[in-house]
Design a binder for this molecule. Structure first.
Ligand code: PGA
Length: 244
């Protein structure tokens, strides 16, 4: 399977910025050996979907509500994202878990909502620095997988150590490889054969200079990129570094 390089713009982006960036991705996409996904803020999902129409660059949301519609001021549902042109949605990002107190059970409900709406969920897991130092990283991630994924899960998992997000720090290549092997084993144990083929992305301070080494590791199916996804040359630099 081709690797997936996914950009999480977080709470960044304007109409002007989006147009320039998306045009650059569109122009470069055909020559890449990987799949591209952009996840702009909800205000720009429809803009991105229109700008990328006819290209292979996919568009995703950064979160969705667990209900398809209703009295939930300020929230956005999975069918709304689909309607706006999204095909994917990031769920359970550590910033959502921290800023909005999202639990594994809520993430699991959101995954069900996303799938019901025809979106491919990208479920984020990862330990804090204290948990890694305390030797609990694998147990924490196993717990998040068990709580967030139903037995028929068929989406993407993103391993994002919380302490590596936006910090410029990354785990060692050995630690990334070990955690991805652990996640693969957990997916196979919990999902059976279905767990064998799911993409497992690495996220946390991925940039052009470290992408080739990270993307060459076994069981790394691509990257979830935050800061570097806001600059076309950086995001494309990462995409060009994949093993193809
Ligand atoms: P970063 O963010 O690339 O800026 O570290 C990654 C993420 O949060 O998905």
């Amino acid at each position: 399977m081709r690797q997936l390089i996914a950009g999480n713009w977080k709470m960044n982006g304007s109409l002007t910025m989006a147009r320039g960036l998306l045009d650059a991705l569109r122009a470069a996409d055909a020559a890449l050996g990987c799949d591209l996904l952009v996840c702009p803020p909800a205000t720009l999902v429809s803009v991105a979907a229109h700008a990328l129409l006819g290209s292979r660059v996919a568009v995703g949301g950064q979160d969705c509500h667990a209900k398809p519609a209703g009295a939930h001021t300020g929230d956005i549902s999975a069918p709304m994202l689909r309607d706006a042109g999204a095909s994917h949605v990031i769920l359970g990002h550590s910033e959502r878990r921290a800023d909005h107190g999202e639990s594994d059970a809520l993430v699991r409900a959101k995954v069900a909502a996303a799938v019901a709406a025809g979106l491919l969920p990208i479920v984020c897991v990862g330990e804090t620095e204290a948990q890694r130092v305390g030797g609990q990283a694998e147990a924490v991630v196993a717990g998040q997988l068990a709580g967030s994924l139903a037995e028929d899960f068929a989406g993407v998992v993103a391993y994002e150590p919380v302490w590596a997000i936006g910090t410029g720090r990354t785990p060692t290549e050995a630690d990334v490889a070990a955690m991805h092997a652990h996640i693969r084993a957990e997916l196979e144990r919990r999902l059976g054969a279905g767990g064998a083929g799911l993409r497992i992305l690495y996220g946390g301070s991925v940039k052009p200079s470290n992408a080739a080494a990270l993307m060459a590791l076994p069981e790394v199916g691509g990257a979830l990129v935050g800061g570097a996804s806001l600059v076309a040359e950086d995001f494309l630099g990462i995409a060009r570094a994949v093993r193809g």
